[in-house]
Design a protein around this ligand. Structure first.
Ligand code: ZN
Length: 345
């Protein structure tokens, strides 16, 4: 039996042996995991036992941000071979579903996703995964960077949905890991400047290490005052809401120029109230993001070309043996911890 980091129930993790179905299908690859990132959702399952309708009712292996090495391929697999360094897209749709045929495979109702109950994740030495959702890493992209492709993919999806025009100015609300990767994807997608707001100064310090990202600090006034000043009372072209905080929606329309776009990335825990008329009066286009589809190869391309650098976001790396401690550290929610990762061997 393989060893894995198992969430037994809310608040209880153990590193133990667990029976996992690791049968290799014709179109699957077997991957030896090298680096796995800890995601906010993994931590949320640990601390709260659920996310919305997804409830941890049985022990579940955590982890969905993984990179590793292919060690075996199914008989039908072309394009990947043992020894390939890869990263893994953790959501597995039915590729014949209506959603998949529309290109919206992330919205396939039958999609299974690593470490979303009841599906096991990748914090275990080996996983089996469809080759179609396994992506080769160029030599100049490390396993640690490869494990960052999953969160970066959310930023990529947000940038795609925003339909950025070169030279756009964007505002990102929330400077957590997702807010920062959204800002990086928006810059790579053609934004001239990305402003970013967060009540926690330490998070802004991390974001502002990047050229092209400007932090809006509390000392400068409210976000709306600062946006008005920075844009001559016109508003930004794009707002990416990445905080998931209900309060972020107060006056959100006023931050945008007429005809601008509001991209909803953060997931509020409870329903929020929004001033619809304020959005209508500016004909704000609203886009929503649920994970991602068809962006992994592009995200890897941006890492390989150096147009996006995720290395400054990797705060600390733990050994697999220390993964419970890694999760306890992540659960502290230190504002300077952007991404904690686990090295599997
Ligand atoms: Zn994640």
């Amino acid at each position: 039996m393989p060893t894995a980091l198992v969430l037994e129930r809310q608040g209880e993790l153990s590193l133990r042996d667990i029976a996992l179905d690791q049968t290799l299908g014709d179109n699957d690859v077997r991957i030896r995991m090298e680096v796995v990132g800890i995601c906010g959702s993994d931590v949320h399952y640990y601390t709260h036992g659920r996310i919305g309708p997804f409830v941890v009712n049985a022990p579940m292996v955590l982890g969905h941000e993984g990179a590793g090495t292919v060690i075996e391929t199914g008989t039908g697999v072309k394009g990947l071979a043992a020894g390939d360094r890869v990263c893994v897209e953790p959501g597995v749709p039915d590729f014949t579903s209506r959603a998949s045929k529309l290109g919206l495979y992330n919205l396939d109702p039958t999609l299974t996703f690593w470490a979303t109950p009841p599906v096991h994740g990748c914090l275990t030495p080996e996983v089996v995964h469809p080759a179609a959702l396994t992506f080769r890493l160029p030599d100049n992209v490390s396993f640690a960077e490869g494990a960052m492709v999953e969160p970066l993919a959310v930023g990529m999806q947000a940038a795609v949905k925003a339909r950025i025009t070169p030279g756009d100015r964007a505002l990102v609300l929330g400077a957590g890991p997702i807010g920062i990767v959204v800002a990086l994807a928006a810059l790579a997608g053609g934004c001239a400047e990305v402003l970013i707001a967060d009540p926690m100064e330490a998070k802004l310090d991390v974001a502002e290490r990047y050229d092209g990202i400007t932090a809006l600090r509390a000392a400068g006034g409210t976000v709306s005052e600062q946006i008005a000043k920075a844009t001559d009372f016109w508003g930004v072209d794009l707002v990416f809401e990445c905080s998931g905080a209900g309060a972020a929606y107060d006056g959100i329309a006023d931050l945008l120029r007429p005809g601008g776009a509001l991209v909803l990335v953060g997931m509020p825990v409870k329903p929020v109230s929004v001033d619809i008329v304020a959005l209508q009066a500016r004909e704000i286009r609203i886009e929503t993001v649920f994970r991602y589809a068809n962006v992994y190869d592009r995200a890897i391309g941006l890492l390989a070309s150096g147009k996006i650098d995720v290395k400054p976001l990797i705060t600390e790396t733990f050994d697999f043996a220390g993964s419970v401690a890694a999760f306890d550290r992540a659960a502290q929610g230190r504002p300077t911890d952007v991404k904690l990762q686990i090295r599997m061997r």
